[in-house]
Design a protein around this ligand. Structure first.
Ligand code: CDT
Length: 302
């Protein structure tokens, strides 16, 4: 068996005024706790270093860029990388990335996979950017990811922690293609951070189902691809907006094996056998034997 002790590093709210240093100190506390529980890897939420700033319409580019990291690690995040190496605990971290290449500035909703030596071994740019592009003042709060971020173009899977590890971010978890594209690359563990407001302005009748839809999507993705899935929330009431918790670790059977019980900073852990993926990958979801891609054309053609 190939085991990975994976920890959820759930965060409670991060407020506008909280410094990066203060948030990194919280992340380090979670990492220390995970280490005491013998974790190999801790997974943090989407946009973990800041408040969820797409809830505001921001016109000032320099203010927008101030929510982003121009370097990773940078001065404020270096201590987290140092602690990872000291404790030999890897991590997955979501943050807003500011990239300038050949004079072109772009922002990405990014997550990175960092190994036990504090080395970045994988990077992912969020593909499914939800929300809207223009200011919609009728909403109680905005969701301007489509305005602020450039979408990613691929789902990659990395050789890390003794297995095949992939990343997705928040809204990605609702799309079956996210898991399947990684499933086709043999993924054994998918790491997903999220910030999910309970209230969905265009469809408020879904508000009561927000935790159910969270778990439904991740359990289906796990089972249908024979992979572990780790879902990690930034939870609680952040700048007046209530976010779901529901962080959990899901086995390739689709069963939840560990979950958080609060909406604050919290660690939960599971002892995950990556070889447990095989019973699903070799039988019901043996893609080579049972998939019918000739019938799936419209998925990419339309
Ligand atoms: N961060 C993120 O992707 N949140 C969305 C909110 C719903 S769409 C406005 C989500 O899918 O959870």
């Amino acid at each position: 068996a190939r085991y990975v002790n994976v920890a959820i590093g759930q965060l409670g709210p991060v407020n506008k005024e909280d410094s990066r240093a203060a948030v990194v100190a919280r992340l380090m506390n979670l990492m220390r706790e995970a280490h005491q529980l013998d974790a190999d890897l801790i997974v943090y939420p989407e946009l973990a270093l800041t408040t969820f700033f797409p809830r505001w319409y921001i016109e000032d580019e320099s203010q927008l860029d101030s929510w982003c990291e121009a370097a990773m690690p940078g001065a404020e995040t270096q201590p987290l990388f140092d602690l990872a190496r000291e404790l030999q605990v890897g991590f997955c971290l979501g943050y807003a990335e500011l990239s300038v290449e050949q004079g072109e500035k772009r922002r990405f909703n990014t997550s990175i996979l960092v190994d036990k030596n504090g080395v970045i071994v994988g990077k992912y740019h969020k593909v499914h950017l939800p929300g809207h592009r223009e200011h919609e003042p009728w909403r109680a709060f905005q969701h301007l990811e489509k305005r602020y971020f450039t979408p990613g173009a691929e789902f990659s899977v990395f050789n890390a922690f003794g297995g095949r590890v992939g990343m997705a971010i928040c809204n990605d978890r609702r799309w079956c293609e996210t898991y399947r594209v990684m499933g086709l690359q043999g993924v054994e563990m998918v790491l997903i951070g999220y910030n999910t407001p309970v209230h969905n302005a265009p469809a408020p009748e879904h508000d009561d189902l927000s935790l159910f839809h969270n778990q439904l999507s991740m359990q289906a993705g796990a089972y249908q691809n024979g992979t572990w899935v780790v879902g990690v929330a930034k939870a609680g009431t952040e700048e007046g907006v209530e976010h779901i918790g529901g962080s959990c670790i899901i086995a390739p059977s689709g069963e939840v094996v560990a979950s958080c019980v609060t909406k604050g900073d919290e660690v939960a852990i599971a002892h995950c056998d990556l070889d447990f993926c095989q019973i699903y990958k070799r039988t019901t979801f043996n893609f080579d034997v049972h998939r019918q891609p000739n019938a799936y054309g419209p998925i990419t053609a339309l």
